[in-house]
Write a protein that binds this ligand. Structure first.
Ligand code: F6R
Length: 608
């Protein structure tokens, strides 16, 4: 949830720390801070709000030294104030933390309360380490004594006055990576993006590792021990660094929406080109599974909801879709011969990760669908499917949702074949349809201008409804989520047939009702629902194809109709997602909200 960086060996380290934090700001932007260690003293600057506030201060008062740490925060324990901003420091130790120290209250109770300068869970780690150093422990012994007392998850970057040349990194339950830079510069960060353009290679720390970065050398230890272990260094591709800029776009979100034809194509190349069709898919347990549990949060959850329609209809595989934060606590009945799929862009969402660990403990076969190949969720399951969407910087998910859908569609076809529910010819037809998607999405993006023109209508709107039926219902939910996240307009998605069971009471002449209505078997049904809205003067914005537009006849006069390319009903959820993203984007752009970093949100939610 927060972003951390540490650098050793950089002249003017404070500016390099700020550059790293800029790249990590999408992870949280409530406050930020940096600290360096120079002449046996800590030098620290912190500021409330976005990174720019800290940048102003550091520009005026740069921090000395070549070793330092930095943090950009999404507040959990304690408000977004300067005193709660990291780094936290004691007499001998300064640190930044991403994660949650679950037993912080209990640990805090063991200290003189006047020591504490913040309300955070993180500060207690400073005082634990400090107490051991005061007793005469060296930094490694202090770490060994402290770690067993911590419950929860942490990625920490730590400076010790008694080891002034050493930058320490520690990780359990939260990711931490090491960047190997030029001229002996070494980096620690929550993700590779922080240093991708300064480093040639990266080392991913494993669960329980801690590391010392000193004089250009990296030493890694496992589980608090002092016996070095080896972890591979992997080259960083030039492509990663290039993804850090917005190019010609005003916002990362728009850039990422427009990238969809390309990333869908990249993902298809791995999954749906004839020779590569899910080649690594083991036949078990998918072939015989009695059911599938799909677990995820937010937009990834909606991808799972679409997949439920597909798996049940095409592969005849019963599916239960759960919100990850609910799943573990409802004691789900998981038959031994069922399997589970965890969907997460980041692969670090705490609720989803905890759900996967819970399911593994029950000895259920677990697969994940992630965008970040090295993420915890990828490492901890039996089988991994990856989306090839590239980095997504805009906080609202766009291209990762459609790439998730394309993998889920390919997986559905493969599972259906394995289970004997479709023939090889039928699968070939689905494959042919899938391969047309990048072009269809490209065509759909051309609707952008008309959605931009529509956006001013939302200026004074307080609430909006999104309606869909079948697999378009979760797309309605996703469309509503996009609008609320970035434009702060309250929006709800409904299964159109459900409208008359309550939500219809909301309809008046001020409420926009966005309807997803491809001309398919449910078209006539959804049209009846639209008539119910029109009869109550609701402002209908209907998305359909040419056949649908023709079938509307005179009804079209009472609404705004947006025409999308014709697509088979299997793949309509992917195509119909695109205008939902563009509509939300242009409404937010018209309102002037902070689109890439909407208030109160962060990109990956690594706390429960
Ligand atoms: C919405 C959004 C969030 C995420 C959710 C899960 O635009 O981005 O709802 O989908 O926080 O994140 P991941 O997919 O990383 O597990």
């Amino acid at each position: 949830m927060c972003g951390i960086v540490g650098i050793n060996g950089a002249p003017d380290v404070c500016f390099d720390l700020l550059a790293g934090l800029k790249r990590l700001e999408y992870r949280g932007y409530d406050s930020a801070g940096v600290a360096t260690l120079f002449n046996k003293e800590f030098h620290r600057q912190r500021a409330e709000g976005k990174l720019i506030n800290l940048e102003r201060i550091v520009k005026e008062h740069p921090l000395p030294g070549i070793i330092g740490i930095g943090h950009t925060r999404w507040a959990t324990h304690g408000g977004p104030t300067t005193s709660n901003a990291h780094p936290h420091q004691g007499q001998y130790v300064a640190l930044v933390h991403n994660g949650i120290i679950e037993n912080h209250r209990e640990l805090r109770a063991g200290f003189d309360q006047t020591l504490f300068q913040s309300e955070t869970d993180s500060e207690v780690v400073v005082h634990l380490l400090d107490a051991y150093i005061k007793k005469g422990y060296d930094h490694a012994a202090a770490i060994q004594a402290t770690l067993p007392q911590l419950k929860g998850s942490y990625a920490l970057a730590v400076l010790f006055k008694n080891a002034p040349d050493t930058l320490v990194g520690i990780c359990r339950g939260s990711p931490l990576v090491i960047g190997h830079g030029k001229e002996g510069r070494l980096f620690l960060a929550s993700d590779i993006f922080a240093f991708a353009d300064y480093c040639e290679s990266v080392t991913y720390l494993e669960e329980g590792d801690w590391t010392e970065l000193k004089n250009g050398t990296v030493t890694i230890y496992s589980h608090g021990s002092t016996h070095p272990v080896t972890r591979p260094s992997l080259p960083i591709s030039a492509d990663i660094a290039s993804q850090a800029t917005k190019g010609l776009y005003r916002h990362f979100m728009l850039k990422e929406i427009m990238e969809q034809p390309e990333v869908l194509q990249n993902t298809l190349e791995k999954y749906a080109h004839s020779e590569a069709w899910l080649t690594k898919m083991p036949t078990n347990p998918w072939k015989k599974a009695s059911g599938l549990s799909i677990v995820a949060c937010g937009t990834s959850f909606y991808a799972g909801c679409v997949a439920k329609y597909w798996f049940e209809e095409i592969a005849r595989l019963p599916v239960a879709v759960d919100i990850a934060s609910e799943y573990r606590y409802r004691h789900p009945a998981l038959p031994a011969d069922s399997c589970a799929l965890f969907i997460s862009q980041s692969g670090e969402t705490a609720d989803t990760l905890a759900a996967a660990r819970f399911t593994k403990q029950k000895k259920i076969y677990c697969a994940s669908l992630v965008n970040v190949a090295e993420s915890s969720l990828a490492r901890e399951v039996d089988q991994v499917f990856q989306t090839y969407a590239g980095f997504e910087i805009g906080v609202a998910s766009t291209k990762t949702f459609t790439t998730q859908l394309i993998v889920l569609a390919a997986l559905t076809a493969e599972v259906a074949l394995l289970r004997g529910e479709i023939s090889a010819e039928e699968r070939a037809t689905l494959q042919k349809d899938l391969l047309m998607l990048p072009r269809l999405v490209e065509e759909t993006l051309k609707i952008q201008g008309s959605l931009q023109r529509l956006a001013p209508q939302f200026e004074r709107v307080k609430a909006a409804l999104y309606l869909g039926r079948g697999a378009l219902y979760p797309v309605a939910l996703e469309g509503a989520l996009k609008l609320k996240e970035i434009s702060y307009i309250h929006a709800e998605g409904y299964a159109a047939g459900e409208l008359k069971h309550g939500p219809i009471a909301l309809i008046d002449d001020k409420i926009p009702v966005v309807v997803l209505a491809p001309h398919d078997v449910l078209f006539e049904k959804i049209l009846s629902n639209v008539q119910e809205v029109l009869a109550r003067k609701g402002q209908v914005i209907l998305f359909t194809d040419n056949d649908g537009a023709r079938a509307l006849n005179t009804l079209a006069e009472g609404m705004q109709v947006c025409i999308l390319p014709k697509v088979c009903s299997f793949l309509a959820p992917i195509v119909y997602t695109v205008p939902m993203q563009l509509l939300a984007y242009h409404v937010a752009a018209f309102k002037g909200t902070d689109i890439d970093q909407p208030r109160n949100l962060a990109k990956s939610v690594t706390v429960e």
